[in-house]
Design a protein around this ligand. Structure first.
Ligand code: AKG
Length: 351
């Protein structure tokens, strides 16, 4: 007799887990080196589709991986260095007026070098421009009348790119200076366009007369080097130069309008997530402390620089700069003391 066939229940389809490749292994190593717990690393992997067994085994194996152990040894050296700079920063911050950016009329060369250059303190000079013809002449209209026919390079379409300063080569546009003046004057506050130091206008012979409008320089500057080491900035209210550090010391004079400068000590670099070049991904106006928790321990200095005032930017100090008005400024780095420094800049924009 034919028996009826047993009811057939097909097996469940195989669950497809994400393969555990070298990309995951590097991710595990990086996150364990950043002190994420083994449990949180495993949980994130499982949530992303890695088989729980694979996740657990690979995280455990990492602890005895010889390459990872070598990384741990280098990390100890880095931690030592970080603790040295953190202690030094605590000493600086223990000064009662650490967080105040001084404004001073005049400073003799010796004191300048001792207190501000070697002492690494930002400063605002209030009296430098008393004899600068630029203070009486420069305005958007003056630019248009005298230089309107010249081409200038500006930074454009910044609002469409959160990393506009890191990607500044992609944001270049050439425009007639007169047209750019019209755009700034009629456009109202915006961060979308700005003529920054990249414009190199002062290296163009046509713009050279602007340099005749610069009077006395700080006593530690070399006038002969002015034309090759100065820059011109022009833009609307609302421009933001994001948090970065320069690789030399400079002065930055506000000729028209005001700018707000925020400064952070170079010794706080380990708290600024500096994964790419000289840039920090933190916007000091609205820091994302969930992503960048170390920033909570940073002491920031802040000053509004008025027309006629000059900022001294000491070596390596981080700064974020916001224009409060239509602004014309002039910066120069022709210090007559050594001003060339090299930085080992990281190259991990996608960290
Ligand atoms: O004025 C600005 O927008 C930025 C100035 C600046 O970052 C600099 O001179 O290094």
């Amino acid at each position: 007799m034919n028996r009826p066939l047993a009811k057939f229940t097909p097996p469940p389809p195989p669950v497809s887990y994400r393969p555990l490749d070298d990309g995951w292994r590097q991710w595990i190593a990086e996150n364990r080196l950043r002190d994420c717990t083994a449990e949180s690393v495993i949980a994130t992997m499982v949530a992303a589709g890695v088989h729980p067994h694979d996740a657990q085994i690979s995280v455990m194996q990492m602890e005895s991986n010889p390459v990872f152990l070598a990384a741990r040894r280098h990390q100890e050296l880095l931690r030592k260095l970080e603790s040295v700079v953190a202690n030094q920063q605590r000493l600086w911050e223990s000064a009662p007026r650490y967080a105040t950016v001084e404004k001073r009329g005049e400073v003799e060369a010796d004191e300048f070098v001792e207190r501000y250059v070697r002492g690494s303190r930002p400063l605002v000079l209030t009296g430098l421009t008393a004899d600068w013809p630029a203070m009486k002449r420069w305005s958007p209209n003056y630019l248009k009348q005298h230089f309107g026919h010249l081409s200038v390079e500006i930074q454009c379409k910044r609002n469409s790119d959160a990393r506009y300063e890191e990607n500044k080569l992609d944001h270049r546009e050439v425009q007639l200076c007169g047209d750019f003046v019209d755009r700034v004057v009629s456009g109202g506050p915006t961060n979308d366009y700005y003529m920054t130091a990249n414009n190199e206008a002062l290296r163009q012979p046509g713009f050279a007369p602007l340099l005749d409008d610069i009077g006395s320089l700080p006593p530690i500057c070399d006038r002969a080097q002015l034309s090759r080491s100065s820059s011109f900035w022009f833009g609307p209210a609302g421009t933001v130069t994001p948090l970065h550090h320069d690789t030399l010391m400079l002065f930055h004079t506000q000729v028209v309008g005001r700018k707000r400068w925020r400064f952070i000590s170079p010794l706080d670099t380990p708290k600024l997530y500096n994964f790419n070049g000289v840039f920090s991904p933190i916007d000091v106006d609205k820091p994302d402390l969930k992503r960048f928790p170390l920033f909570a321990d940073v002491t920031m200095l802040e000053v509004v620089v008025e027309a006629g005032e000059t900022v001294f930017l000491p070596l390596g100090w981080w700064h974020q700069v916001t224009s409060l008005d239509v602004s014309l400024s002039f910066s120069f780095s022709n210090l007559n003391i050594p001003n060339q420094f090299s930085y080992a800049n990281p190259t991990m924009p996608d960290w």
